[in-house]
Write a protein that binds this ligand. Structure first.
Ligand SMILES: [Zn+2]
Length: 472
């Protein structure tokens, strides 16, 4: 009896499946849901090769070499050829130059006046490697190469400080020793190693990228994001187009200071609001990781960074560019900013997986067309209810190189895209009977080889409510 019932059920399911298959495409597409908020394309074999050519051994040797300069503190002696920030930045420059003749490598130099945690005028040099693409729009991968020693355990004290028991930053004191050992293996030789290794791998991949890739090793991060800020300010004043910035800061450790070990997750923080392009980039990172690095889970964090802590991605978001930061899952606060941040705290296999996630996202984006513009010249979203008043009518500007577009939508209270539909090479699409008031909508551009841009979302601007004038 039970068997007959089961058989009957199976028959009903079969008939339903046939009926669903016969439904028009548009309806079927509306039922497609992806937990990751993106499509699941077949992997590009060129990118699989690029990702797998990232070397664990090379990452490890870069971290060890950077730590061997003793300190890379911003105000340390810049004249020695073996110790201090001068020796370190020269080695990074030479290494990048030796990686590939395709890389245009240079110091990005600024004279910084005394301010905040910088007690005297100092010359600060970011080290930048550019891999020119077919277009000038840029995709950044970065880490900061400067390091810091605040004294043993001071960073952990900062983390547990309260308004009643504040901890003063010793960097501001005249007696602060800028020459003490600051190996900075995890913070942030790990992110610098990711940046340098990706420069080598991308330049030697033989792939012609559409976007220009920029591999940036920042200086002065520990004094308040000085190097990246100066660079981002320059980009904004030159009206440079930056499609994405992937920042890596403290990305090599797997053992937290509380003893908890996690080698399977990496955190990616991004500033809101929920449909900012930084959040779009964060979703893109998770989606490309699922395709190319399924062994590592991207744990998205809907906030700019850890509480009270920051890094160079904020220099880019402050200048209006989409940016995210990668952070290891479990941090050891007591090793950070001290002589104890040594290479034994960096796990090469974990670091390599994080480097591969960076590579997958950056390469996919650099091969895709730019994200479509979904606002008019006054910044208003190009979305309406159509003549019926009950449809979602979406418009966007054509993206150079796009062969089709993919429209996304989701319930307005969720954060991951729920539905998507390829709509062909058009700049206008109507979703019948989908209310624009109840869902969020976005659109991505798809290139000829299937690579897809970031999703641009239609974001309603806040309503300005004027103060009410009361009669006297
Ligand atoms: Zn750092």
């Amino acid at each position: 009896m039970l068997w007959l019932l089961k058989r009957g059920m199976r028959h009903v399911v079969c008939v339903l499946a046939v009926l669903i298959a016969l439904l028009p495409c548009a309806v079927a597409a509306q039922t497609t849901a992806h937990s990751s908020g993106g499509p699941t394309p077949g992997a590009d074999q060129r990118l699989e090769r690029l990702v797998s050519s990232i070397s664990e051994e090379r990452l490890q040797s870069i971290v060890a070499k950077l730590a061997s300069f003793g300190t890379r503190e911003t105000l340390s002696d810049a004249s020695s050829s073996t110790r201090g920030i001068g020796a370190a930045r020269q080695w990074i420059l030479d290494e990048l130059k030796g990686s590939s003749p395709k890389l245009e490598v240079s110091f990005d130099t600024y004279q910084i006046a005394p301010q905040g945690r910088i007690p005297r005028t100092v010359e600060l040099r970011n080290v930048i490697a550019v891999l020119a693409g077919k277009t000038s729009r840029r995709v950044y991968i970065s880490g900061h190469y400067d390091s810091l020693n605040l004294g043993s355990g001071v960073s952990a004290l900062f983390a547990t400080a309260t308004p009643e028991a504040p901890v003063t930053n010793p960097q501001g004191q005249a007696t602060f020793d800028h020459e003490s050992n600051a190996p900075g293996a995890d913070d942030d030789a790990s992110g610098t190693a990711v940046t340098m290794e990706l420069a080598r791998v991308f330049a030697n991949s033989g792939i012609d990228f559409d976007a220009t890739l920029v591999f940036a090793c920042w200086a002065g991060e520990e004094q308040g994001l000085i190097g990246s800020s100066a660079h981002a300010q320059k980009l904004a004043s030159e009206k440079a187009v930056v499609e994405a910035m992937l920042n890596n800061d403290i990305v090599g450790g797997i053992r937290g200071g509380n003893g908890v070990v996690d080698a399977a997750d990496v955190r990616v923080y991004s500033i809101g609001p929920e449909d900012s392009m930084s959040r779009s980039l964060a979703r893109y990172v998770r989606w490309s990781a699922e395709v190319y690095v399924p062994s590592q889970r991207v744990h998205l964090m809907a906030r700019e960074d850890r509480i009270g802590r920051g890094s160079d991605h904020s220099s880019f978001t402050s200048a209006g560019y989409p940016a995210v930061v990668f952070r290891e899952s479990r941090e050891n606060l007591s090793r950070q900013h001290s002589a104890d941040d040594t290479p034994d705290g960096v796990n090469a296999a974990y670091l390599a997986r994080n480097a591969r996630i960076n590579a997958a996202a950056a390469a996919s984006l650099a091969l895709a067309p730019p994200a479509p513009k979904v606002t008019d010249d006054r910044g208003r979203p190009l979305i309406g209810r159509g003549p019926s008043g009950y449809d979602a009518s979406l418009q966007w500007a054509a993206s150079p190189g796009a062969v089709s577009y993919r429209v996304y939508w989701r319930d307005a209270w969720t954060s991951d895209w729920e539905h998507d539909q390829i709509v062909g090479k058009t700049t206008h699409f109507v979703l019948n009977n989908v209310l624009i008031d109840d869902d969020v909508f976005g659109v991505a551009a798809v290139g000829s080889d299937g690579h897809q841009s970031l999703i641009s979302a239609y974001v309603a601007s806040d309503r300005a409510v004027l103060p009410v004038k009361l009669a006297k």
